[in-house]
Ligand binder design. Structure first.
Ligand code: RIB
Length: 298
């Protein structure tokens, strides 16, 4: 079978990860357990997840003219992600995410840096790459206008679009109409609905595949609510689990899989990804996901 061609437009960050037994309170200093830097950014994470699962992946985005930027491009290349369209923004730093891991959960502060330089004009200049894709995968760590333009271009060329609406922002109706699937987590789903008009509410409900962490993934097929249970795994770090889900979901849709099959496959990939520290470290191989998928699909 031909490899699906996935284009990911989005963020690249260096993740600065601190592991601690408890979160510091306001004004408190505590001693942590460990510190590491890991490649991250929702866009780059989704690209790596899709590449590990066998897709032909193109990353569109920007890094700064610094060591983090060089390292992030090197790592993507090692992961077989094409970085021909990852540009170096000269006057700003590479995006960073300061992440604190504690009690099986995380808190994250993102400083966008070069990700902010992904302008609508720059996206438009990559129309040809979007046109040649089987799937366009988007998130919200680059300017919203650029996400909007990318979805418009994809729609014009009949390319299915997955939008992971994270971190949460209010989405314009036109963007909701242009995307094929939304992949919010449960909090983002709730926030999206809270702000929605009746028309938007119906679109969000019909297009959303909702990730609920350890409780699995939920979506509506016509009027039927479907729940796909999560795998039981030992959780080390949940950072990047949603990104793994999105990358895997894109790969399966790119292979024209039925929605239920694609969600089950992506949900297994997302579950497996939390067993190692770092967003990309635990992302599974195609064989690892297939092994469980074959047992579960009957
Ligand atoms: O989804 C996880 C990602 O969010 C991290 O890698 C971090 O960079 C933030 O962007």
């Amino acid at each position: 079978m031909k490899k699906p061609r996935i284009t990911v437009l989005g963020s690249l960050n260096m993740d600065l990860v601190t592991v601690t037994e408890k979160m510091p309170l306001q004004g408190e200093t505590i001693i942590g357990q460990a510190f590491s830097t890991f490649p991250g950014g929702k866009g780059a994470n989704q690209a790596v997840a899709a590449a590990r699962l066998g897709a032909e992946v193109y990353m569109l985005g920007k890094v700064g003219n610094d060591l983090f930027g060089i390292k992030l491009k090197e790592i993507l290349t090692e992961e077989n992600v094409n970085v021909d369209f990852v540009d170096v923004a000269t006057n700003t730093e590479t995006g960073t995410a300061s992440i604190i891991i504690s009690d099986d959960d995380n808190r994250i502060i993102v400083v966008p840096g070069a990700n902010k330089e992904v302008t609508p004009e720059w996206v438009t200049s990559h129309e040809e790459q979007i046109r040649k894709s089987d799937i366009l995968l988007l998130q919200l760590e680059i300017p919203l206008e650029s996400v909007k333009v990318a979805a418009q271009i994809a729609k014009k060329h009949k390319i299915p679009v997955i939008l992971n609406p994270a971190p949460y922002q209010i989405l314009p109706t036109v963007l909701l109409k242009d995307v094929t699937y939304l992949t919010p987590n449960e909090h983002e789903f709730k926030q999206l609905l809270e702000e929605a008009t009746k028309e938007e509410f119906d679109i969000i409900r019909a297009k959303s595949i909702i990730t609920r962490g350890g409780e699995g993934v939920e979506f509506f097929l016509n009027t039927e609510k479907i729940l796909v249970n999560a795998q039981k795994v030992d959780v080390v770090d949940t950072t990047g689990a949603g990104d793994t889900f999105n990358g895997a979901f894109a790969v399966e849709l790119g292979k024209k899989r039925d929605i239920k099959e694609a969600v089950l496959f992506a949900s297994i990939a997302g579950s497996l990804s939390v067993t190692k520290l770092g967003a990309q470290s635990g992302m599974p191989s195609l064989n690892a996901v297939k092994e469980i998928y074959e047992l579960q699909k009957c």
